[in-house]
Ligand binder design. Structure first.
Ligand code: SF4
Ligand code: SF4
Length: 110
């Protein structure tokens, strides 16, 4: 099931509390994230949080732990992965049936 790009879902997302979401990335992304909240998130292509609903981050690049499995969205949408900030995977176009979407990524080799 695709994760709906709603503000209610965004409130449940744990990414902002995650150790992988560094302070530097939060500071860098805060203005744009705030600006995009003024619009209907369904019209937003990229957002720097709730990565299972949007796509991977343009800033987070190191796995320092992931809170996805503790997130209500994870259970509600029957997600089977974590680290959505580093590997796009919650959207239909990238639905992960046999592994990660980018075959050249190191995560596929683990
Ligand atoms: S997807 Fe997982 S690792 Fe990435 S910021 Fe969210 S909770 Fe953290
Ligand atoms: S499953 Fe992970 S990326 Fe998706 S809303 Fe929850 S914490 Fe955020």
């Amino acid at each position: 099931m695709l994760v709906a790009k709603t503000k209610d879902n965004l409130k449940k997302c744990k990414c902002m509390s995650c150790p992988s979401y560094t302070l530097g990335c939060k500071i860098k992304n805060m203005p744009e994230n705030m600006f995009k909240l003024l619009d209907d998130l369904d019209n937003v292509e990229h957002y720097e949080s709730m990565f299972c609903a949007f796509e991977k981050s343009h800033c987070i690049d190191e796995d320092r732990g992931c809170l996805c499995e503790t997130c209500p969205i994870h259970a509600e949408y029957d997600l089977h992965r974590e680290d959505y900030c580093m590997k796009t995977g919650g959207t239909l176009a990238h639905k992960c049936l046999m592994g990660f979407d980018d075959a050249d990524d190191d995560l596929t080799k683990q």
